[in-house]
Design a protein around this ligand. Structure first.
Ligand code: ZN
Length: 605
């Protein structure tokens, strides 16, 4: 292992050389152990089916707990090759071997899971009295939540044959379109002229230009980005139409009366709780608009364009090397909690992060975890900006959350989506608060508050507008094929509601929907971002009010992973998400940051 100094010297502004080590999973895409694991998973699935098919209703509590344990081990074995393939592909979307491996492992996983699809269907089919008896067995304690959660899908579940058919046809249906979209958008390069020089940039590099000071360049870069996507509108529009229609058909087959309901069920959250949250966010759109007017003043502009939202307000934003970012984040985390910092340190020291900027790498950032028996991985494209530092802190928050939840079994490992940002957003605020405490320079303090408020805008407000757009797209697709113009009009309509007259959208922004991959690969994901962020702001307020005494219950919440419904997990630390006042607490935190910024601005004039 290199010393801290050596790392400082070698790791520069683009995190050169900071690549994850996937060798712990497999040696490479040709590693024969991949095929061996796929074959082994298939064989175990066969054996599992032989042992349990048609017998689930006859098992007692301890017997069912044993079956669930075997099922977990099988899921782990089956998931490993495709987990590896997806990481390999994310790190290099143009690598043909990685592309092939994604397809190969997905096909194999579908075959294997089809062999055991009867298991969850039989669990869902059990009658309620029988389930009460089974759950009384102490061995079943760790599977109670899993059983209750899948059984909520009972009214929408089809026969085994039909479920298998849907699974199989998904490969050439929804999954095929998803993969096409990923490969197409991953292959796009953007010809941007920077300081008079034509450059061919990756999506991560273009998006980074939205955070640099030259106003014309920001507008030019984003216009090129959107128009390059627009040139692929034939394919992208077709993919959107197909995804909307596919979901409509599946909802009808399963008798869902609302297209968002499957997502609510998976998120373990009541529809009316989400409605109340989204309406609260929409009522507070003026808060976002108030920020945009203040930002226009800070930039000396009459009206903000949407390409100005993330513009830096300090003349020269300080760049940090990756090594500096690492030390800053670890210090900030350490001031909050020692365990928080220790868990984050593992990611740096053990090469669980891929942060280097490379062409062909998937855009954005994520933290991925497979099972509690294996550590998570983080991918980001680190460009040295303060935003990249926050993103890194955010993903490390996810990593810490997963690491703490490793004491759960596989079924209880993943936090429900609305709780999934509980550590990531918290980690970002911890970092900002540390920086505000250390920074005496007023301009730098203003910049920090802007960064924080922009992050909150992008999550709480923007993600609600994205969800409204997505809902409108699904609704309108019911009456027929949508043209790119139809989709563009729905998009602009929702953005307009959010911006009011505080932001002017650039003309190319009608293509703003084309690059948001959540619409394609995780339907209605976006509302859980708004939900999770507001929730975390409220939790942070609790930490400010209660100090150290709050930390143990917060850590317990993270450790609980996905072992409880969000409502129950939160009730245990005294939070009732069904009280309308709960959301107001989140907005009061946002108002507080905005007031701080207004104060900083006033005192500088
Ligand atoms: Zn996140």
């Amino acid at each position: 292992m290199k010393s801290e100094d050596e790392i400082m010297q070698t790791v520069g502004l683009k995190a050169e050389g900071v690549q994850w080590n996937l060798g712990e999973l497999y040696a490479g895409p040709d590693d024969p152990r991949i095929e061996a694991d796929l074959a082994e998973a298939r064989q175990q699935a066969d054996a599992f089916a032989q042992q349990y098919r048609g017998k689930i209703a006859t098992l007692d509590g301890p017997g069912l707990a044993r079956a669930l344990g075997e099922y977990e081990r099988l899921s782990e074995l089956e998931g490993r090759p495709s987990f590896y393939a997806n990481l390999l592909f994310a790190a290099d979307t143009q690598n043909q071997k990685a592309q092939q491996l994604v397809h190969r492992t997905r096909e194999a996983a579908t075959e294997t899971s089809n062999l055991v699809v009867f298991f969850s269907l039989d669990l869902i089919a059990l009658d309620d009295d029988r389930v009460s008896v089974l759950l009384a067995a102490p061995e079943m304690a760790d599977y109670r939540h899993y059983l209750e959660t899948i059984r909520r899908f009972k009214p929408y579940t089809l026969s085994e044959k039909e479920e298998q058919l849907i699974n199989q046809k998904t490969l050439t249906g929804r999954s095929a379109f998803e993969q096409l979209y990923e490969e197409l958008t991953g292959s796009l390069r953007f010809r941007v002229s920077v300081d008079g020089q034509e450059q061919e940039l990756s999506d991560g590099e273009v998006m980074a230009l939205l955070r640099q000071p030259n106003r014309e360049l920001r507008k030019h870069a984003f216009t090129v980005f959107l128009e390059t996507h627009a040139r692929q509108s034939l394919v992208i529009t077709s993919v959107f139409n197909t995804m909307f229609l596919d979901h409509k058909v599946e909802c009808e087959m399963r008798h869902y009366d609302d297209v968002v309901l499957p997502t609510h069920l998976a998120n373990e959250i009541a529809p009316q709780t989400v409605d109340a949250m989204m309406q609260a966010v929409e009522r507070h759109y003026p808060l976002a608009q108030e920020y945009f007017r203040l930002k226009a003043r800070l930039l000396g502009l009459d009206t903000l364009k949407n390409t100005d939202i993330y513009a830096p307000i300090a003349a020269e934003a300080e760049q940090l090397t990756f090594a500096q970012a690492q030390s800053l984040i670890l210090t900030a985390f350490g001031r909050f909690n020692g365990q928080f910092a220790a868990l984050a340190t593992d990611f740096f020291q053990k090469r669980w992060i891929d942060a280097e900027v490379r062409a062909g790498k998937r855009g954005g950032a994520f933290c991925a975890a497979l099972t509690p028996t294996h550590h998570p991985y983080i991918l980001s494209s680190y460009n040295g900006t303060s935003r990249d530092v926050s993103t890194l802190a955010h993903e490390l928050g996810h990593g810490i959350h997963y690491s703490l939840a490793r004491k759960q079994n596989l079924m209880n490992y993943d936090a429900p989506l609305v709780l999934a940002e509980t550590a990531s957003v918290f980690a970002e605020i911890v970092l900002t608060r540390h920086l505000l405490a250390e920074t005496k320079n007023p301009a730098a303090r203003r910049a920090l508050l802007c960064d924080l408020l922009e992050e909150i805008y992008g999550t709480v407000f923007r993600q609600t507008a994205l969800t409204r757009f997505e809902m409108a797209g699904h609704r309108q697709r019911r009456s027929g094929q949508l043209s790119a113009d139809d989709i563009g009009a729905l998009w602009l309509q929702e953005q307009q509601k959010l911006f009011g007259d505080s932001v002017e959208m650039i003309p190319a922004y009608r293509w703003g929907w084309t690059y948001i991959s959540h619409f394609i690969h995780s339907r209605f994901y976006c509302y859980s971002s708004s939900f999770g962020e507001l929730l975390t702001l409220a939790l942070f307020q609790r930490y400010l009010d209660e100090g150290e005494t709050f930390v143990p219950s917060y850590m317990r919440l993270l450790e609980s992973g996905g072992s409880q419904r969000p409502e129950h997990a939160l009730a245990q630390i005294g939070i009732d998400i069904n009280q309308p006042e709960f959301w107001d607490r989140g907005f009061r935190v946002i108002q507080g940051f905005l007031t701080d910024l207004q104060g900083e601005v006033a005192s500088s004039q």
